[in-house]
Design a protein around this ligand. Structure first.
Ligand code: NAD
Ligand code: IPM
Ligand code: MN
Length: 362
């Protein structure tokens, strides 16, 4: 029997609701495959602000570093949304990413054929969509210094800084090219090279790194055009690599290809260790969804599919990951839907029922 150490950080809003369904599914994996998951749980986000005065405690980061993976729910909510607040729940996720060195955020976009008909997009546009957006996660506008607001004689001023080093761009590009090699061998680098200096350097480095992967086709698209192509010809994308904030925005758009934010998992990875695996953080791309929190309406599939990514990418458990993914396929195929992905005639279920259905099929 193998034992794995996993840190759970439920967070706020629907975070705890969807994470509970993920651990329910993992309990079935334990029984079927004879593993043991040893959990630690930490309060983060708004809940931690209320309890400890900070969104992310150093103790929590230490526990994450002592684990093989972190399963992260979601943070944030209207209670902590004061624009003047010095500390925000979101500090928790940004701090985890930065302090664990998780520079590559993989956001796969998969289409379930049974869900195509009810999409807001035309079926012929969605056919064949299968891409992974790799979002650079520890640099760019989110972290560049200076970052501040101040008062001046001419009123309020503020600044954020878009800064990248050669090393930061190159390492995330390598992740993209290596992934593209295992897929359809096409990489789209997304930048704003027509205006931004960082974008010009980004493109230059994409070309340089690409020379080491001559078998992978490299294309460059400006971010504004990419937003348009994502809903015009999404099936043409294989691997997209882009700057932190561009990736944040484009992946919420891409969620509508998958049908809902509740269908979009993610994996955040850093430097790989010798055996090819490294600590990773796994979270749905959605937030705490305050509008539906506490109502049993949250779709847990993004969290459950993130858990499958954890099994595959941080714990090396491929068959176990595939078992979860095919259980999700089964549930979708049988017509079970949470409200966010339901159409007329579907069997609408709540959060816990959806978790039960997936767990039963593992
Ligand atoms: P959101 O992702 O929480 O919600 C956007 C919309 O999608 C809402 O209508 C919501 O009901 C719906 N939705 C999201 N997840 C769903 C799910 N699993 N099932 C069904 N419907 C779902 O984004 P928002 O409303 O812009 O932000 C709310 C809060 O969450 C903010 O405080 C924001 O900072 C935070 N946030 C946190 C994370 C994170 O913790 N990683 C990510 C995004 C946003
Ligand atoms: C995401 C979220 C976060 C981000 C927020 C909550 C800081 O929107 O993971 O996509 O912007 O990275
Ligand atoms: Mn986002």
């Amino acid at each position: 029997m193998s034992t794995f150490r996993v840190l759970l950080t439920p967070g706020d809003g629907i975070g705890p609701e969807v994470l509970a369904e993920a651990t329910k599914v993992l309990a079935r994996i334990e029984r079927r495959f004879r593993h043991e998951f040893v959990y630690e749980e930490e309060t983060i986000g708004g809940a931690a602000l209320d309890r400890y005065g900070v969104a992310l405690r150093p103790e929590t980061v230490a526990k994450a570093k002592a684990s093989q993976a972190v399963l992260f729910g979601a943070v944030g909510g209207p209670k902590w949304d004061d624009p003047r607040a010095a500390r925000r729940p979101e500090d928790a996720i940004l701090g985890m990413r930065k302090q664990l060195g998780l520079f590559a955020n993989l956001r796969p976009v998969r289409i379930y054929p049974e869900m195509i008909a009810q999409s807001t997009l035309k079926p012929e546009v969605l056919e064949g969509v299968d891409m992974v957006v790799i979002r650079e996660l520890t640099g760019g506008l989110y972290f560049g210094q200076p970052k501040k607001r101040w008062e001046s004689a001419r009123g309020r001023q503020s600044v954020d800084t878009l800064r990248y080093s050669e090393k930061e761009v190159a390492r995330v590009m390598h992740v993209g090219f290596q992934l593209a090699r295992q897929r359809r061998k096409k990489l789209t680098s997304v930048d704003k090279a027509n205006v931004l200096r960082t974008g010009q350097m980004w493109r230059e480095i994409a070309v340089e790194v690409g020379k080491q992967y001559p078998d992978v086709e490299l294309e460059h698209i400006l971010v504004d055009a990419c937003a348009m192509y994502l809903i015009r010809r999404p099936a043409s994308f294989d691997v997209i690599v882009t700057e932190n904030m561009f990736g944040d925005i484009l992946t919420d758009e891409a969620a509508m290809l998958a049908g809902s934010m509740g269908m979009m998992p993610s994996a955040s990875l850093g430097r790989r260790t010798k055996n090819g695996l490294g600590i990773g953080l796994y979270e749905p791309i959605h937030g705490s969804a305050p509008d539906i929190a506490g109502q049993g309406k949250a779709n847990p599939l993004a969290m459950i599919l993130s858990t499958a990514m954890m099994l595959r990418l941080s714990l090396g458990l491929e068959a176990e990951a595939a078992a979860i993914e095919s259980a999700v396929d089964g549930v979708i195929g049988e017509g079970y839907r949470t409200p966010d992905i339901a159409a007329a005639g579907d069997n609408v279920v709540n959060t816990t029922k959806m978790g039960d259905l997936v767990a039963e099929r593992v």
